[in-house]
Design a protein. Structure first.
Length: 184
């Protein structure tokens, strides 16, 4: 927790080492649940968090990744487009009765994608915690903030039905090919 990974530091890009922690609230964020490897049932935690997401967020999709390091594991949930969103998610999941039991054994971390890249390269998690306390606590988030809405940068699935008006216009623009009655 207090150390830097020397292999990561050696492999890090020189530009990354010159970078600093940023207190930008309007960028992509990650919600991290950090815990000791033997402190909880990791499969149950994954199940409870997934159930919470599927039950409460019909429109949004959050990616879940388990990252292991010496002595601790992290469950990282990504897909948040702002600090306000990840903060609101943290409040909601800790109020969920099914998740509450597992979450008693975790340490939550709200961190931007940018700042996460700097952990273990230039900063320790302990240094980030101090930065977070200074720049984000106390945080006021709108009580009516809805996480289950499509972000502005969402890309629709390519297999989704095309708009009928657009499809008709495309058909009209394409010339028809006459094969002269030949049929093979």
């Amino acid at each position: 927790w207090e150390g830097r990974n020397s292999a990561s530091t050696a492999a890090a890009d020189s530009m990354l080492r010159k970078d600093t922690l940023q207190a930008d609230r309007n960028t992509d964020y990650v919600f991290i649940l950090s815990y000791s490897k033997d402190s909880l049932n990791e499969g149950q935690l994954l199940y409870d968090v997934s159930r919470f997401n599927f039950t409460n967020f019909n429109v949004r999709n959050f990616d879940i990744e388990i990252v292991s390091s010496a002595g601790t594991n992290q469950m990282r949930l990504s897909g948040f487009i702002s600090f306000d969103e990840v903060h609101r998610y943290e409040q909601e999941i800790f109020q969920d009765s099914a998740c509450r039991i597992q979450l008693e054994h975790v340490h939550p971390i709200l961190i931007s994608q940018h700042n996460l890249k700097l952990i273990d390269v230039k900063y320790t998690m302990e240094e980030y915690e101090k930065f977070y306390q200074k720049n984000f606590v106390p945080s006021k988030v709108k009580k009516d903030l809805k996480i289950d809405e499509q972000p502005n940068n969402f890309i629709w699935d390519e297999f989704q039905d095309a708009d009928k008006k657009e499809e008709k216009q495309q058909q009209e623009e394409q010339p028809t090919q006459d094969d002269g009655g030949e049929w093979y």
